[in-house]
Design a protein around this ligand. Structure first.
Ligand SMILES: [Zn+2]
Length: 266
């Protein structure tokens, strides 16, 4: 009996230690993409994302208009006007990592000097939206969409889909094809019917390249930062990012209204 009690006590202690160890060594709040043969990690939780931002502020997703107030936008994935025929985003908000947004602001500053500006079709795209696109696109677009587990730079917040407009009117300039035209006509180097389209395509490429973006050769509209290393795949929804923005601006307002605001510590 005593032996039994002892062993029971030992079991309780062991169970407690196991529980404590599981809490301490709980896997980080990330998940491995559900794809055979790959080990793509995707940041999915607010806690993991906040840690990422603390560790490297360049990774923080910021609203693009906060750095580029005169940027134009036509976010097709927030409407039914896209290849899936339904809205995939809750609204037309645009987010990029801080470093990408800062570089894009320099592109816009250069273009502005010539009376031109960027119009964005897409920027940061949550990983789960890429999964949805992949699942729902069917065979028709299979040759043009990359499997999500390969990791899109849109999921890293370092890619944009863009064309050019005149400022301040917002009049669109001609380009070789419509956005998301999944045909060889959209490739860089393809001949264009419109005489100005090829030069606009080249003008956009020159402007983007001069601030660290590189093109995808099959889509004249797609640009991403040349260096993707250190930018993980993210699955933080647009709604969550919008809530975070509201929290951050409320904190800033409270700090500004604090009676100690502006009082320097000695
Ligand atoms: Zn793109």
């Amino acid at each position: 009996m005593r032996l039994l009690l002892k062993s029971n006590r030992a079991l309780v202690v062991l169970a407690f230690l196991a529980l404590a160890a599981s809490v301490v060594t709980a896997s980080p709040p990330q998940r491995v993409a559900r794809d055979p043969g790959t080990r793509t990690t995707v940041i999915t939780t607010r806690e993991a994302y906040e840690k990422l931002c603390r560790d490297n502020p360049a990774n923080e997703l910021v609203p693009v208009p906060s750095l580029i107030p005169d940027i134009r936008a036509e976010v097709r994935y927030a409407s039914r006007d896209n290849f899936l025929g339904r809205a995939l985003y809750p609204d037309a908000s645009l987010f990029l990592t801080r470093i990408a947004a800062e570089k894009l602001a320099r592109v816009q500053a250069d273009l502005r000097q010539h009376g031109l500006g960027l119009r964005l079709y897409d920027s940061y795209r949550p990983y789960s939206i890429s999964e949805t696109m992949w699942k729902e696109s069917g065979k028709k677009f299979a040759a043009y969409l990359a499997p999500p587990w390969l990791g899109s730079d849109h999921n890293r917040g370092i890619a944009v889909d863009a064309d050019l407009v005149r400022l301040p009117t917002g009049t669109a300039l001609p380009f070789p094809t419509d956005y998301d035209d999944f045909t060889p006509k959209a490739w860089h180097g393809s001949p264009c019917d419109h005489p100005q389209a090829a030069s606009n395509r080249e003008r956009l490429r020159t402007a983007m390249r001069s601030h660290g973006f590189v093109e995808y050769r099959r889509e004249w509209w797609h640009y991403h930062l040349a260096e993707a290393e250190g930018f993980p795949l993210l699955d933080i929804s647009h709604s969550e990012l919008a809530r975070r923005e509201r929290r951050v601006s409320a904190q800033k307002s409270r700090a500004a209204c604090s009676p100690n605001h502006g009082v320097q510590k000695e």
